[in-house]
Design a binder for this molecule. Sequence first.
Ligand code: NAD
Length: 502
Amino acid sequence: MDLTTLERLPLWIGGRAVAAHTTRYGEITNPATGEVIRHVPLADAVDVDSAVDAAKAALPAWRAAPALRRARILMRFRDLMQTHKSDMARLVSQEHGKTAADAEGSITRGIEVIEFATGIPHLLKGDFSDNVGTEVDSFSLRQPMGVCAGITPFNFPAMVPMWMFPVALACGNTFILKPSERDPSMSMRMAELLDEAGLPDGVFNVVHGDKEAVDAILLHPDIKAVSFVGSTPIAKYIYETGARHGKRVQALGGAKNHAVVMPDADLAFTAEALIGAGYGSAGERCMAVSVVVAVGDAAEPLCARLAERARRVAVGPGDRPESEMGPVITCAARDRIMGLIDRGVAEGATLVVDGRKPVVPGHEQGFFVGPTLFDHATAQMAIYREEIFGPVLAIVRVDSLEAAIALINANPYANGAALFTRSGFASRRFQQDVEVGMIGINVPIPVPMAFYSFGGWRNSLFGDLHVHGMDGVRFYTRGKAVTTRWPDDGSAAPGFHLPTLG
Ligand code: NAD
């Protein structure tokens, strides 16, 4: 590997960019061209120790700062993110492959979490009860956890970290971000902008790397809470290992999101919504729709509309304004997706639109997969069971809404589910009976706004609390209840019995 000519990313520790201790480096590739564009350090335990030391040193002053002062720094950070949004979207597009417009939208969703976190003086307010016993008062506090860490996936290099650190910082914690090693540059831009916004040194740190860095985080005794977003097997590993080492953990995993289409749905609207939800960002969204459950007579006309539109999706590099869909993240990801399409054919699904040979002139080395549509998929097939994480939609045909709900509830993943219908009755039945964390009614990708919490059920989330919203505030704080009495001189002292405060 030529480490001399290409840029080597530093780490961000103690308020500045620092060279890593590790000698291991990985390659960052532009997925639209297949070219290696920079190198990323794969941090070791020494690097993680340095970040923890910086975060620990910064903690006492940061947690003691009034919440409003912390909020004001986040307000400035929010403005800087807004100012630099287009440049950052181009950076995300270059390393991830998604279109610049899509990248910009995801940064906007992240900025909304910063905006939520700026309300922290209100969000941290506790309860107060006077005279719970005679001249005894009680109140509750929420205090920061301490040094927290976030480990994030490649598919949202700006938004997913922003699900975590704005809330963690606002609550008075210091933070170490371990972004995906596939597209880590965005995390450095955010560190620079936090610095420009006036964040004290050491409050936010970035350590790049892979399993070695993650394990150092999970084992470190001074890290008190870990937020993770990524694939299900790693999420389970993070949850179990982190918990075993005494940490509070929330670990969001993979997904297999179903969209149920009733015969009474507006099929033109539904097909257009499903095309965006299935093929946007090349299907590399944890809330992407990958299974279309067509109920009764909806199947034939829906399949025809989806096929016609899928064939017209403009596939191209993310920096080309007319592109609707870019490449997938790596050559290995492309090969895996192609292999799953082959299996779908071999297992008997009907391949209606075949994306295995996309033509993108001038980008022959890019990792492109064309929009792919299967009909007559079944729950036994690999294209149904596995999270493909690529631009592949599979139609499963069922007879009734009840059968559709049973299918969703039997799936091990439970991140999002959507229903397309004009019936209020069907809608209510769906939202009540589907055992999934996030539900959309005529909304294909029901990602909750920042002031609600985001998270799935079953294998899509390990832990008790979802991210951002009030669950985020609860995750990054510990509750404390205080009971006070101010006796006058001469009052009787409490005796040996358990006080009943009566
Ligand atoms: P991934 O699990 O491969 O990686 C996620 C993070 O874990 C990265 O920072 C990576 O460096 C680290 N990691 C990878 N292998 C590891 C190992 N063996 N031990 C310790 N750490 C390891 O996920 P990805 O490919 O980057 O992202 C795609 C996945 O993320 C998909 O499954 C997608 O559904 C999921 N995702 C879920 C959500 C959600 O909200 N539930 C959101 C976005 C992405």
